[in-house]
Each structure stands twice: as C-alpha cells, then as structure tokens.
Write a protein that binds this ligand. Structure first.
Ligand code: ATP
Ligand code: ZN
Length: 225
C-alpha cells in the first residue's frame, strides 16, 4: 500500500503517452515540477505525487496498491491482467475512465507479397508479438493453432528476419507496417489510454481528492467534444 497520505499517480515516463498524460494532469489543475530525470514529481498545489515509470509497470503498481491511480493503454492493461491471472496474482483494477488519447489497434499482419489471407492460413504459422496473452486468447477463440513468438521490441521486422511468419502488433496509421512490407489483417483489440484505480483504496482523503478530480476530467473531455 502506498505509504503516506499523498495520492500517487503512475504515468509513462517517456513514450507515446507521456506528453498527453502531463497535459491532462495540468488540465486537471495539478501543478507539477517535472524534471526529466526524476522518478517522482511532487505536486506543489495538491497532495499528489506523480511516479514516472515504464508503461508496462503501471498495471502492477496500481493492482498492488503501490500507486493509487495510473494512466495506461488498455492494450498493456489487458495483457497484464491476463498474465497476472495466469500466475494466480491479483489482477483486479477499477477502470475510472477511458481517455481520449493513445488510440491504437492490435492487429495481425503478414508479408505483403503473400497477398490477402484467411484465418485458416495462420494454422501452423509462427506469430511474433509483445502481447502473447491477448494473442493466445484470440487464437483460442478463432480456433487457430499457431505458435506465439514473444518479442518485446522490433516486432515488425520479425518476418523479414525469419523469426516469424506473421506478427500481431500495435498500429495507429499503418505507416510502420507499410514501411516494413506488411499487409494488415484482423484487428484483435482496439485501445485507448485509460485511468485506473486500485480496488482496495480506502483512505477517505485520497477518495475525496479523486472525487474532486473526476468531474474536472469529465469537464476536460466535454470541452474537447
Ligand atoms: P516504455 O518505455 O514505457 O515501455 P513503450 O515503448 O512500451 O514504452 P510506447 O511506444 O511509448 O511504449 O507506447 C505506449 C502506448 O501508446 C502503447 O502501449 C499504446 O497504448 C499507445 N500507442 C498509441 N499508438 C501507438 C502505436 N502506433 N504504436 C504503439 N503504441 C501506441
Ligand atoms: Zn512498454
């Protein structure tokens, strides 16, 4: 459990979500002194600390109560929940709100020169991905017998490198797939960033602060519509 009365929020330190997370916290009225190298930033106007970590660590930090809130892509959240559930660990988290940034799709893709393929083609093939649990769940439901190859980066070069026949990777515009000579197939998950909360959070002061921030979040979202 987090050790003091300051609300702890985990966000991505550097990457696709960090700028939007920082902008959102600012719009919520949380003043921060964000120095690049610091892991923790203390708010100067509210009892809030912001932890800046790798996005992959955010679901676990919130599930374990190390942080009270977190902002993370649904793709990372769903994968972490499946992974933890498999290992018998607590995988519960309360989703407070979907956010209007970080949109991407987790989609299948294969070398363009093979042309369009049906689901059946994947039987017996190797598929490289950073999201093995989400992919395995999809394959199970689609009744496809394929081998899942786990890669934590450079998934899009796996077919060319001979590591896999196809990939299952995050796509937003499709430009990366095209640049790597890959054709996009089924989307297996659509994702946005979301705000999550530890399910056991009981500190009245922290809950009151969250209740003060949530209407502001709603206001920020409505102002953008
Ligand atoms: P970290 O160093 O924190 O582990 P990362 O390299 O895993 O960072 P990023 O590439 O910064 O992660 O992506 C963070 C999140 O941004 C993704 O998990 C996803 O939710 C979202 N996202 C939006 N568009 C894309 C995209 N085109 N490719 C990958 N992720 C995207
Ligand atoms: Zn990551």
């Amino acid at each position: 459990m987090s050790s003091n009365n300051r609300l702890r929020i985990a966000i991505q330190k550097s990457g696709r979500l960090s700028k939007d997370c920082q902008a959102l916290l600012k719009q919520l009225g949380i003043k921060l002194n964000l120095r690049e190298e610091r892991l923790i930033a203390h708010s100067t106007n509210m009892p809030i600390d912001v932890l800046r970590v790798r996005d992959d660590d955010i679901p676990g930090l919130v599930m374990d109560g190390v942080c009270d809130l977190g902002i993370v892509g649904e793709n990372v959240l769903v994968e972490a929940q499946a992974e933890r559930a498999k290992g018998g660990q607590n995988a519960e988290v309360q989703k407070l709100s979907a956010l209007d940034f970080g949109y991407c799709r987790l989609a299948l893709a294969w070398p363009q020169e093979l042309g369009p393929q049906t689901q059946n083609w994947f039987n017996g093939k190797r598929i490289a991905t950073t999201y093995p649990q989400i992919l395995k769940d999809y394959l199970r439901r689609a009744n496809i017998d394929a081998k899942v190859v786990v890669l934590t980066g450079s998934v899009e070069v796996a077919p060319r490198a001979g590591l896999a026949d196809a990939i299952c990777d995050l796509v937003s515009t499709g430009a990366t797939l095209e640049a790597n000579g890959l054709m996009q197939g089924d989307t297996i998950l659509e994702s946005n960033a979301c705000l999550i909360q530890n399910t056991n959070l009981s500190c009245p002061d922290k809950l009151a602060l969250i209740n003060k921030l949530l209407p502001r979040l709603k206001g920020v979202r409505q102002a953008k519509e």
